[in-house]
Design a protein around this ligand. Structure first.
Ligand SMILES: Cc1cc2nc3c(=O)[nH]c(=O)nc-3n(C[C@H](O)[C@H](O)[C@H](O)COP(=O)(O)OP(=O)(O)OC[C@H]3O[C@@H](n4cnc5c(N)ncnc54)[C@H](O)[C@@H]3O)c2cc1C
Length: 441
């Protein structure tokens, strides 16, 4: 049972040329193409499978500033406004609502960490409320428990992963852009050392500007033209339940379980941070660069299996532009969820939130979360191919900051004033060590 996803109809006919080509129709790619099209550019977006079908429909839907690393907080704040403005400008419904996020805990150290973040966030103009035991227990009354404390972040919210990327893709079409599904970009061509065309399985699009928003496939794509982008993915398994549980918070995080209300009234349930590492050639290649991240997160990670090798997204193979590539063999990265995690998640959810006993599991799925060594995305022009911009490695945070990331990409591509300072996202930063720089949350 895959994650639910709205289907959209798009054109099979590829333009011969475009002002800009966006590779990848996840939330980052669609927002990048949308903001480019809004500037009057002729934009073509190519997606090897279906719009939104990989990470962007498989996530919880949280759009949060809460606990964000300092390098990402400005983008998170701008993104919340952009989610709202997108709906107002287009009439499209991504399901975004500022419902607030609730965090509950009985762990003094965790509460102290949240309080430190609250003090830092204040300096960035972000409001978040620490809850004392009475307030936390009241807000968390659906658990029927007493809590030592918590946090409520009133300006944060959620959007609907099953609807968001398709809604933005429709807006691209309304602006005169073109969107092409089942169309893998196999590589790029250069002329005079600059980007000159994107080669796809259905033909070549001449363009001087392109964006690679390929999610978990970005590094193996970069490998084709010799750009080293350290990226590795973790398989995260989650589930959704049917509507029927009333009185639960819209978005709740605890150390044991997280629950998010879905657009259909059901809930998405997950264990935060938990994942399996499926070994791949790419992971072995970048293992030393990911050591600091691994040492920080190893408690919630477990070894996986060989499905990452079979998926082909982290291959070190070099492919030809006139033959089918691994991307055409794996149209939609759809890893098998970890059954033990699904069982444990549901059991913990029923224990913590008794109202869920009225529900049944409606779907269970997994997604490969693509990460960089420091847990911060890579956004910027790629040295070996001037005119090609990378936007990937969103490290489990890319859905909520998708609008801001897409806007920043459009700013960089068009040479406009960037919506946020892009320095922290520079893809060349991985030439230096990331020891001491791994994002906290
Ligand atoms: C279980 C889970 C929970 C998560 N929870 C949250 C959350 O609550 N909040 C949050 O902010 N983030 C969350 N995330 C992370 C978030 O989903 C991702 O960071 C975000 O969706 C990444 O978007 P993207 O556009 O970069 O990549 P993707 O959504 O993976 O899209 C990349 C697209 O590019 C396409 N593509 C790749 N290569 C090519 C090519 N050569 N040609 C054509 N198309 C190509 C792929 O088919 C894919 O559709 C979660 C992720 C998972 C898996």
């Amino acid at each position: 049972m895959r994650a639910p996803l709205q289907q959209i109809e798009t054109s099979g006919e590829l333009p011969q040329s475009a002002d800009a080509v966006v590779i990848g129709g996840g939330i980052v790619g669609v927002f990048a193409a949308y903001y480019l099209a809004r500037r009057g550019m002729k934009v073509a977006l190519v997606e090897k499978g279906r719009i939104g079908a990989e990470q962007s429909s498989r996530n919880w839907g949280w759009c949060r500033q809460q606990n964000r690393d300092a390098r990402e907080l400005p983008m998170a704040t701008r993104s919340l406004d952009l989610w709202e403005r997108f709906a107002a400008d287009t009439g499209e419904d991504t399901g975004f609502r500022r419902c607030g996020l609730l965090y509950l805990s009985n762990d003094e150290a965790e509460l102290a960490g949240w309080a430190r973040w609250r003090d830092f966030a204040k300096t960035a103009g972000v409001t978040t409320h620490m809850l004392d035991s009475i307030e936390a227990s009241e807000r968390g009354r659906a658990t029927g428990r007493t809590w030592k404390g918590g946090v409520f972040s009133p300006t944060d919210g959620t959007a609907d992963p099953s609807r968001a990327a398709p809604a933005v893709a429709r807006a691209i079409l309304m602006l005169g852009g073109s969107v092409h599904q089942n169309c893998a970009a196999r590589g790029v061509e250069t002329e005079g050392g600059r980007m000159s065309a994107v080669v796809t399985e259905s033909g070549t699009i001449r363009t001087k500007l392109a964006v690679l928003a390929g999610g978990a496939w970005a590094s193996s794509f970069c490998h084709q033209f010799g750009f080293c982008f350290p990226q590795a993915s973790v398989r995260s398994s989650i589930l959704s339940v049917s509507p029927g549980a009333e009185g639960l918070p819209d978005a709740l995080h605890t150390a044991r379980i997280s629950a998010t209300r879905r657009g259909d009234g059901g809930y998405t349930l997950a264990i935060s941070g938990r994942g399996r590492v499926d070994v791949t050639p790419q992971q072995l290649r970048f293992s030393s660069q990911f050591l600091p991240m691994f040492l920080k997160r190893w408690r919630s990670l477990a070894p996986g299996g060989l499905q990452g090798v079979r998926s082909g997204h982290e291959t070190l193979q070099r492919w030809r532009l006139d033959r089918p590539t691994p991307m055409e063999r794996m149209r939609i990265l759809d890893p098998v969820p970890d059954r033990a995690t699904i069982r444990l998640t549901f059991a913990r959810a029923l224990e913590l939130l008794p109202a869920l006993r009225k529900t049944t599991i409606s779907a269970a799925w997994a997604g490969y979360i693509d990460s960089t060594p420091d847990g911060v995305p890579a956004i910027g022009e790629i040295d070996p191919v001037p005119g090609l911009f990378l936007a990937a490695g969103f490290s489990g945070h890319g859905f909520g900051i998708g609008p801001g990331a897409g806007h920043l990409v459009a700013d960089l591509v068009t040479g406009s004033e960037p919506i946020v300072d892009p320095t922290s996202y520079d893809p060349r930063r991985f030439d230096a060590s990331v020891w001491g720089k791994v994002a906290d949350f």
